[in-house]
Design a protein around this ligand. Sequence first.
Ligand SMILES: *Cc1c(COP(=O)(O)O)cnc(C)c1O
Length: 406
Amino acid sequence: MKFKPANRIQDLQYFGEFGGVNPSISDSATYTFLSAKTMLDTFEGHAEGCYLYSRHTSPSNLYLGEALAAMEGTETAHVAGSGMGAITATLLHFCGAGDHIVSSRTIYGGTYAFLKNFTPRFNVNTDFVDITKLDLVEAAINENTKVIYCESVSNPLLEVADIKELAKLAKKHGIKLLVDNTFSPMSISPIELGADVVLHSLTKFINGTNDTMGGVVCGSQELINSMRSVIDGSAMLLGPAMDSMRAASILKNMRTLHIRMKQHSKNATYLAERFENLGLKTVYPGLVSHPSHEIFKSMMNEEYGFGGMLTIDVGSLDKANELMELMQHENLGYLAVSLGFYKTLFSAPGTSTSSEIPEDEQEEMGLTDGLIRFSIGLDNDIERTFQVMVACMQKLNILEKETVTV
Ligand SMILES: *Cc1c(COP(=O)(O)O)cnc(C)c1O
């Protein structure tokens, strides 16, 4: 039977402490024990259903984790205060001194900087490869490799990882495949395709209102228990904890995620097709011209589309900056990093979210100066949006004045 992420969220049923349809929020950092013996058992991980201290878990965080695990089809999940909190704790769970990681070279700037500049301090070293070339991925694996790391749809170049084939490679070498699915929640279900662990920044599409940060690691009960261990668990000891109030609010936003993803995808598809037809250099996984279009299609849960992210190359950084300022002035969206908001967000990745990547490496991976990354909003009238965007581009001579757009 086909995997249905939205049904799995829909089917969660809650009876709050006082019969509320939303679970009660656990507004406590610490928890009482009626018997001292139970406290010891809880510390040792033997007291099911008892809470200890909110860095470990809280009822609200467990509810949110349960919904995310349902969406991704894992046994359980652990939520963190940010995406980076979840990603770094997970990587440090799997790797210690002497271990090696094979990572996609086009990943979120923060994750890249962590693997490139931070983990080498602990003798955890990473080879960055073109994740779309499976032979290069395999060639980079050595006897110390513990993890293949990638994003299902990469930031900011929208390269698509062939998760099924990468999972086969990981199995063959007895290592784990970790997938950051932030760009494609619901559209792609990495566990179904063979991945071992799924990570998200909840800050983006999943929460969708840009009012908080959050992260999650979805995986087996064994993984999460061990990350939460009070003795040596990376999540417990590094402490990237989420606050219960925020967990409760993200859980509520998750209930409309399926509707939002469809609208983000619909709008992004509309704009990508029309901009490509006008001759603009447009990258969107839903376009037949996208090098990984077929791979995305083969992996996707079709009804959610190809996601809300697209890029347009307008030739130079100056033009990109001018266009972004004008589009903000015309109220088409905000000149801001991040993604998954109701309004369109745009930024030039080379000078913002990917500025951690040295210039020569940016060039090698095709991250050009004139590239603008768009997170397309939930606009109800996307044709109107398109017309105003075209007018902005005409004004700046990115498109010719006589461009016909009807
Ligand atoms: C934003 C982002 C992250 C980091 O998440 P934060 O919530 O900002 O810590 C990781 N991966 C991807 C793909 C992202 O877009």
